[in-house]
Design a protein around this ligand. Structure first.
Ligand SMILES: [Zn+2]
Length: 254
């Protein structure tokens, strides 16, 4: 009887994992703006709502909005130029760009649905509008690439797999390792896809994509020993990232 109980548990565990995988695979769709197939469990309306809901919270965590409206206007203008001249304009997302007061954390990030942020600590290190365009273009890439929504679908899968692992014990181990591998690989892919799209958007909007490589160097210098910001939490090493940016420059600069 004891053996039978174990077999049943294992069966249930595998069934739960299989359910999660089937649901995840069933949510695969092609992103019309990148052409890449990805698992998504949120509608674009839900993405926009999540972004709008969380934007004030993110701002508050970084000391609120930067008080100088002239700088905010400049960021809005560069962001608008990038959106108006690229496929970003055809997406249902509402792009808004926010300069945050935070003078210490060198960072930029995007919420799903189009809310995009750059800290003053990063902004003040920039020496050209092209560099700013590089950062905003990369962040628009995260939105168009639907990376947050993809991560949410992945964490739903990971949760289901973890439940399966608890129930089924043995079989679950393998499944949860598999889940971890998928998550890591995608983290890296997000940054590379955003760099690639960033280069494309810069060229289309009339900016010099070389400036994105300068941004990589600025981030590298700024990171010395500090907490690693989103922009380079990316795991691909910076040199590899620069190689990929150069490849994108060749690809889009025909
Ligand atoms: Zn990024």
């Amino acid at each position: 009887m004891k053996l039978g109980g174990r077999a049943l548990k294992l069966f249930l565990g595998v069934a739960i994992v299989a359910f999660g995988v089937i649901r995840y695979c069933g949510s695969q769709e092609e992103n019309p703006y990148t052409g890449r197939t990805q698992a998504i469990s949120l509608s674009t309306e839900e993405e926009i709502a999540i972004g709008l809901q969380n934007a004030p919270i993110m701002a508050e965590q970084h000391g609120g909005l930067y008080p100088d409206q002239r700088l905010q206007d400049q960021i809005d203008a560069v962001g608008k130029k990038l959106v108006d001249n690229t496929i970003a304009q055809e997406t249902p997302y509402q792009y808004e760009f926010h300069l945050l007061s935070d003078p210490n954390t060198v960072n930029a990030f995007a919420l799903p649905g189009g809310q995009i942020f750059i800290t003053y600590a990063l902004y003040k290190r920039l020496s050209s509008e092209d560099q700013l365009a590089g950062i905003l273009g990369h962040e628009i890439g995260h939105v168009v690439g639907r990376h947050s929504a993809e991560r949410i679908a992945q964490s739903e899968l990971a949760n289901t797999v973890a439940t399966g692992a608890q129930v089924g014990a043995d079989a679950g181990m393998l499944a949860s390792q598999l889940g971890q591998t998928i998550l890591l690989k995608n983290g890296r892919g997000d940054e590379l896809e955003s760099d690639d799209l960033g280069v494309k958007f810069m060229i289309e909007a009339g900016y010099d994509p070389e400036a994105l490589i300068e941004v990589m160097q600025i981030l590298k210098e700024a990171s010395g020993g500090q907490r690693v910001p989103e922009f380079q939490s990316s795991h691909p090493d910076p040199d590899n990232r620069i190689d990929k940016i150069r490849a994108a420059m060749d690809k889009y600069r025909t």
